[in-house]
Design a protein around this ligand. Structure first.
Ligand SMILES: *[C@@H]1O[C@H](CO)[C@@H](O)[C@H](O)[C@H]1NC(C)=O
Ligand SMILES: *[C@@H]1O[C@H](CO)[C@@H](O)[C@H](O)[C@H]1NC(C)=O
Ligand SMILES: *[C@@H]1O[C@H](CO)[C@@H](O)[C@H](O)[C@H]1NC(C)=O
Ligand SMILES: *[C@@H]1O[C@H](CO)[C@@H](O)[C@H](O)[C@H]1NC(C)=O
Ligand SMILES: *[C@@H]1O[C@H](CO)[C@@H](O)[C@H](O)[C@H]1NC(C)=O
Ligand SMILES: *[C@@H]1O[C@H](CO)[C@@H](O)[C@H](O)[C@H]1NC(C)=O
Ligand SMILES: *[C@@H]1O[C@H](CO)[C@@H](O)[C@H](O)[C@H]1NC(C)=O
Ligand SMILES: *[C@@H]1O[C@H](CO)[C@@H](O)[C@H](O)[C@H]1NC(C)=O
Ligand SMILES: *[C@@H]1O[C@H](CO)[C@@H](O)[C@H](O)[C@H]1NC(C)=O
Ligand SMILES: *[C@@H]1O[C@H](CO)[C@@H](O)[C@H](O)[C@H]1NC(C)=O
Length: 455
């Protein structure tokens, strides 16, 4: 159970309600030892999904429909159900119980070993009104391979132990999820995840609650398309993204407790072209230093439409010379990855009111564009070393300064700068920057006593 403000869904009522999730029924306190297991990724790796994926019940190459039954296993390294070789399986009103450890969590991550339900190899499964409980580390539902698709509807997913994701798509697999509740108590157990080379996740009308370090609501490796998801990740961000991935969140309301509302990075060489789009959504961050949006070692375009970022830190965006490691609990430095480069973040804000600062570190840059009736109260400053900021405002948008700010490009459609409320602070703009010619290298008085000053 976790608190949730109904403002975003009801549109007009401001009230706090509690959202129930599977941890109300099975207390994570019963599974603390399981949830404390630290995944060991220092294990042998295999480069293809093997044929002999062990499972208690196997459906291969045929089409099967089953209702009103229970499937279970307690065996280590063993799935409850495997659907493989172009099979189709429909399960409805089915309970699935899984316990038993995985000795190789890389195989679990990449191929679905020990997952309760593993859909592989151009197979399809429709799970409706399914209750899946897993302990000791196992994904609830895993889908692997091009042309493998799983549908999970009206279902209840509980997991404890490490690498126990709710719905996990990998090897180009696709998952369609709706009306699902997921809880995970273990580490690296995100609710809705993709994995290498890509997983395609479509999730709607669902609830997710994770408590472990490294457990986000969404882990984008491939694509995440989410709508009407309410979520709390107590020791992770709402979204992790590594590399050139895409995440689209619409009408979501999420709370994050570690690293950032989103934590987006490249874990090897810096990549360019990742996409983050938040529409009619709200992300709240709880940590005293946590920004709403965190970026490291990546070049990315972000779109915020009718979206709120509520941060305890007062920081909306961080762009850093950094990344997130597989420990998932700190912002890493050059010592962890000698390929690090500055983050270059472009954010397009529309129909939104945002309060907070933008902070860039060590040659990173943030380009911040406000249009379509947006307003921003805040400032930009360096966290470490040189930092670069651009601000663009259209005529319908406004900026209220909370500190003196230095900019590269400073483009205001209102050339008299009357949409800026300075509160006595100044804007220094780079007189040589290509966007600033219209300012004529002049000092211009701003409403509220401050000035725009060429530098
Ligand atoms: C996938 O299908 C191929 C061809 O039918 C088969 O050789 C392979 O063993 C299958 N893999 C799994 C995991 O079932
Ligand atoms: C499909 O094959 C599995 C074994 O792979 C078998 O257990 C199941 O009964 C078969 N389903 C049908 C409808 O024949
Ligand atoms: C299952 O794994 C656990 C943890 O590694 C181990 O203690 C137990 O002996 C294993 N069970 C079997 C039947 O191998
Ligand atoms: C899993 O299986 C492997 C070999 O198949 C075995 O070495 C290992 O001990 C098993 N792990 C567990 C936890 O039982
Ligand atoms: C799902 O199954 C678990 C374990 O069997 C049970 O404790 C739980 O109450 C079930 N959930 C629902 C919503 O029925
Ligand atoms: C995933 O897609 C890529 C590109 O089409 C392909 O090369 C690769 O074999 C696919 N992987 C799997 C496991 O299907
Ligand atoms: C920024 O990155 C440095 C490492 O380069 C790290 O030590 C610092 O904690 C990071 N800060 C934030 C807020 O990302
Ligand atoms: C800043 O960037 C330089 C490379 O330009 C790098 O060597 C250094 O470690 C970075 N320092 C921090 C604190 O990020
Ligand atoms: C200003 O904007 C232009 C055009 O987008 C860009 O090429 C340039 O790098 C920006 N910064 C400066 C300092 O001119
Ligand atoms: C100002 O902009 C010019 C042109 O892009 C650039 O060469 C210069 O480094 C910028 N100055 C500062 C202080 O950032």
């Amino acid at each position: 159970m976790f608190p949730f403000s109904v403002l975003a869904l009801a549109g007009f009522t401001l009230a706090k309600v509690s959202v129930s999730d599977p941890s109300d029924i099975i207390s994570p306190l019963l599974w603390t030892a399981d949830n404390a297991i630290i995944p060991d990724y220092n294990v042998p790796f295999i480069s293809v999904q093997p044929e002999n994926l062990p499972a208690a019940y196997e459906f291969e190459g045929n089409s099967t429909s089953i209702t009103h039954t229970t499937f279970s296993t307690t065996l280590n390294n063993t799935s409850v159900i495997l659907v493989a070789n172009k099979a189709e399986l429909d399960l409805s009103f089915v309970n699935i119980e899984k316990s038993g450890y995985a000795s190789n969590l890389l195989w679990s991550s990449f191929y679905g070993f020990n997952a309760a339900v593993n859909v592989a190899n151009a197979s399809k499964a429709h799970l409706d009104n399914v209750n899946i409980t897993v302990h000791n580390g196992a994904a609830n539902v895993y889908v692997y391979g091009t042309d493998s698709i799983v549908y999970v509807d009206n279902s209840w997913l509980y997991s404890s132990g490490p690498v126990s994701h709710g719905v996990y798509a990998s090897g180009n697999g696709t998952a369609y999820v709706s009306n699902v509740q997921h809880f995970s108590g273990g580490k690296r157990s995100s609710s809705f995840s993709g994995d290498s080379p890509a997983g395609y996740i479509h999730v709607s009308d669902s609830v997710a609650h994770t408590t472990g370090i490294g457990s986000a609501t969404f882990y984008a490796l491939g694509e995440i398309h989410a709508s009407n998801v309410v979520a709390l990740s107590e020791n992770g961000p709402t979204l992790f993204m590594d590399g050139i991935q895409k995440a689209y969140l619409t009408n979501c309301e999420t709370t994050a407790g570690l690293l950032g509302g989103v934590a987006i990075f490249s874990s090897q060489v810096r990549t360019s072209g990742a996409i983050l789009s938040l529409k009619s959504s709200k992300i709240t961050t709880l940590g005293a230093d946590m920004p709403g949006l965190w970026f490291g070692n990546t070049i990315i375009d972000v779109s915020l439409y009718d979206t709120e970022l509520v941060t305890a830190s007062g920081i909306l965006v961080v762009a850093n010379y950094s990344q997130i490691t597989q420990d998932f609990d700190y912002y890493a430095s050059y010592l962890d990855n000698s390929n690090l480069l500055p983050a270059e973040v472009s954010v397009k804000v529309e129909e939104s009111t945002l309060v907070g600062d933008l902070v860039a570190y060590n040659s990173s840059s943030i380009s911040w564009s406000l249009s379509s009736h947006s307003s921003w109260t805040g400032a930009e400053y360096s966290g470490f070393g040189q930092a670069y900021f651009d601000v663009m405002l259209d005529r319908t948008s406004s900026w209220t300064l909370t500190k003196t700010t230095s900019l590269q490009n400073f483009t205001d459609e209102d050339k008299t700068l009357s949409n800026i409320k300075s509160q006595g602070f100044d804007i220094y703009y780079n007189a040589s920057a290509v966007g600033n010619k219209y300012l004529g290298s002049k000092t211009i008085a701003l409403a509220g006593g401050g000035k725009a000053i060429p530098s």
